[in-house]
Design a protein around this ligand. Structure first.
Ligand SMILES: [Zn+2]
Length: 461
């Protein structure tokens, strides 16, 4: 059998594995590249393979860097099916439609520029129609269900504890010789409040392991909560606004979960809280609809009659007018808006309007890929360019990395320790070279061989 990487090799985004067993070909994930302009350009390239020759996609979860190129390969002739859990399908719909919207918008601007330079227009990566066609191909699966993907490939999903509906995928291959290949997908942290802890998997001949935080340790969950509360109180005292660029799925809901607790326990001053992201609002509705994916912590809270997504002071700003009106609010407030790395969406306008006032605080609660606006602000740049203007950074910049939906290296190693016997080899993907290398050394110390694949590298197993 052969596995070829069409993304997430020495980078965090663009997850896409091609698995070939005899004449059977499937994909595990087909995500978008995100981050620097060079990386995002790859989304426009030819996929590098012929989608018509693939029999199925096994989708681990709904993040854009895992599902974002699916409509593109549908446009190029892929006929399905696409396996995913029910929550993944619903969240992927929101994510892919948002991507089609952004693509339409970006293409309009790009083509305006091209026209002025006498260049030929560019097509969007895909359209809403391609997304609709892709959605028809989704097939719902449950955790631990045995799925016959092809004659020679069987798949089983395990809860990855990353975002609602996310799975690690175990592929059982029979090409004369039986082999088990596990794709960790993105693995979550233990003890987070909404999703369950990553499920233990014990059998794998070979493992493809994510390494986003392969060189970092997160502080304990309680510490992040305390820091979050401290930042809220400080911003309130200064009379400023707390702007939080947030990913729409899982992060936004976890932030609400925490703020709900602060409000219910009377720990924070009375302030308005805006979830100013139509995508996060849609995702929150999906979260409400799928309690079957919940961890015990949130179930107990709901049983006690407290809904973490509804509390005094919380407003969901769906319309542009509602979003714009936040600008004129004089009292301290909290604004949670997308995108998570401040590369698009409403947060860019909020940052532009508030970044030059020292009363305000910008709080990063997630991974900021190199080259993104979030990366430069977090790094401490004093001037940044956004929405066609250069602005001075005078607002306080804070960050809490441990909000991450990804396990740190200890979490990854602890999960890996349960494999018995040890995998013959662990392939480290979905991480910058520094993180992948650091994790690789730690795994080698456990007596397991490792390899960090290159983009488009073919691996024969
Ligand atoms: Zn993810």
């Amino acid at each position: 059998m052969q596995i070829r990487l069409y993304g997430a090799a020495k980078v965090v985004t663009g997850s896409c594995y091609s698995v070939t067993v005899g004449k059977d070909k499937i994909l595990v994930d087909c995500g978008m590249f995100q981050g620097s302009k060079e990386l995002e350009k790859l989304n426009y390239d030819n996929p590098g393979f012929d989608p018509k020759t693939y029999k199925a996609i096994v989708l681990t979860h709904a993040h854009l860097d895992h599902c974002g190129r699916i409509p593109k390969i549908v446009k190029y002739g892929f006929k399905g099916p696409i396996y995913a859990t029910s929550a993944t399908k619903e969240l992927a719909q929101v994510v892919m439609l948002d991507a089609a919207n952004i693509a339409a918008h970006d293409t309009m601007y790009e083509n305006k520029r091209r026209r002025q330079q006498g260049l030929a227009p560019r097509e969007p990566i895909y359209t809403e129609n391609d997304v609709k066609n892709a959605l028809k191909m989704f097939k719902k699966v449950d955790y631990n269900q045995v799925i016959k993907v092809t004659e020679k490939i069987t798949a089983i999903y395990h809860d990855a504890g990353h975002i609602l509906g996310a799975g690690s995928v175990e592929l059982r291959i029979d090409d004369g010789e039986k082999k088990t290949i596990v794709f960790s997908g993105d693995l979550g942290q233990i003890d987070t409040p909404i999703v369950r802890d990553p499920e233990i998997i014990q059998t794998a001949d070979y493992l493809f392991l994510e390494s986003t935080y392969g060189d970092r340790l997160h502080p304990p969950i309680q510490e992040r909560k305390n820091k979050f509360l401290k930042i809220i109180r400080e911003t309130y005292k200064k009379g400023g606004k707390l702007l939080i660029p947030s990913f729409a799925i899982e992060r936004a809901q976890e932030l609400l979960y925490n703020i709900n607790e602060f409000v219910e326990k009377g720990l924070m001053p009375k302030m308005q809280v805006f979830l100013d992201s139509p995508m996060a609002i849609r995702a929150t509705v999906i979260f409400k609809r799928h309690p079957e994916f919940y961890d015990v912590e949130i179930k107990e809270l709901l049983d006690s009659g407290d809904n973490p997504f509804v509390f005094p002071g919380l407003s969901y700003s769906m319309s542009v007018e509602e979003s714009k009106s936040i600008r004129d609010i004089k009292e301290p407030c909290i604004v949670i808006a997308g995108s998570g790395m401040a590369t698009a969406g409403r947060i860019k306008h909020h940052i532009k309007n508030h970044i030059s006032d020292p009363k305000n605080t910008i709080l990063f609660v997630g991974y900021q890929a190199y080259g993104t606006l979030g990366y430069w602000i977090k790094k401490g740049e004093k001037r940044v360019r956004l929405l066609g203007e250069v602005v001075n950074v005078k607002a306080k910049v804070e960050s809490i990395d441990s909000f991450s939906a990804h396990a740190d290296y200890q979490g990854l190693l602890d999960w890996l320790k349960f494999f018995n016997p040890k995998p013959k080899k662990v392939f480290l993907t979905h991480g910058e070279p520094k993180s992948a290398l650091s994790l690789s050394k730690k795994i080698q110390k456990m007596g397991i061989q490792t390899h960090i694949p290159e983009m488009k590298e073919s691996i024969l197993l």
